[in-house]
Design a protein around this ligand. Structure first.
Ligand SMILES: [Zn+2]
Length: 236
């Protein structure tokens, strides 16, 4: 009797042990991976090295990929802006006047920070205009849920000389301020303002490296590559 029972249960017990063994193995692999990724993440958050930056970039891409898979309205899918661009367009010199028409305090100070950050690069200088009508650039905001972008930059130019004559920036407060779902921190709002000013200066999108001109997400402020591009544009 005992022998029969043993024979009957031998196969199921063996299968059970094998399954248990596999699950335990997978758990160990997951644990090691988790510890490795957590370590990488801590390193990426606390280091300024190029490797750390590319880890952060990859993380953002993975998060963006997963988010897009689940929800099309997610912040990571939100393009930074609509903008007008013509190759080589620029101001007559590396300076322009700007008037901040925005009355929202967060957006005003984001514009002010972004202007100061560009001015600190030394490659382009914004000076404050006294009134809207005399300014080269008008920086304002609007709440537009129909637009799928966090900003809009319209640049007028002389088609013959390719020189910019006037520009308007409109930050979309619907995404940046009013709707916490899109997760815009103050840093990312400033990055967005720097991005729009980048278009106004004459920069195109740059999705091939870490740049303030990446077309979506607004995860980065002004980088050396952006400074180099402005310098090259106005040296030409
Ligand atoms: Zn843009």
């Amino acid at each position: 009797m005992k022998r029969i029972l043993k024979t009957i249960f031998f196969i199921p017990m063996l299968l059970f042990r094998i399954v248990l063994h596999i699950i335990w193995g997978l758990f160990k692999i997951a644990l090691v991976l988790f510890i490795l990724l957590a370590g990488l993440n801590i390193y990426a958050q606390n280091s300024d090295s190029q490797l750390a930056k590319s880890i952060t970039l990859t993380e953002n891409e993975i998060v963006s990929y997963l988010a897009n898979d689940n929800n099309n309205a997610n912040t990571n899918n939100l393009s930074t802006d609509d903008y007008s661009y013509y190759t080589g367009m620029k101001w007559p010199s590396d300076t322009a006047t700007i008037y901040i028409a925005s009355t929202n305090q967060t957006l005003r100070s984001a514009y002010e920070d972004a202007i100061a950050n560009w001015n600190n690069t030394g490659v382009f200088t914004f000076t404050m205009a006294d009134d809207e009508s005399s300014a080269d650039i008008v920086a304002s905001d609007a709440s537009d849920s129909n637009s799928s972008a966090a900003g809009l930059t319209e640049t007028e130019r002389n088609a013959l000389t390719n020189q910019i004559t006037h520009a308007t920036i409109t930050l979309n407060s619907y995404y940046l301020i009013e709707n916490p779902y899109y997760g815009y921190t103050n840093d990312r709002i400033v990055n967005t303002a720097e991005h729009e000013l980048g278009h106004v200066i004459g920069l195109d999108h740059n999705d091939s490296e870490i740049s303030v001109m990446q077309s979506a997400g607004s995860y980065y402020g002004i980088q050396q590559t952006d400074i180099d591009k402005v310098q090259a544009l106005y040296a030409a």
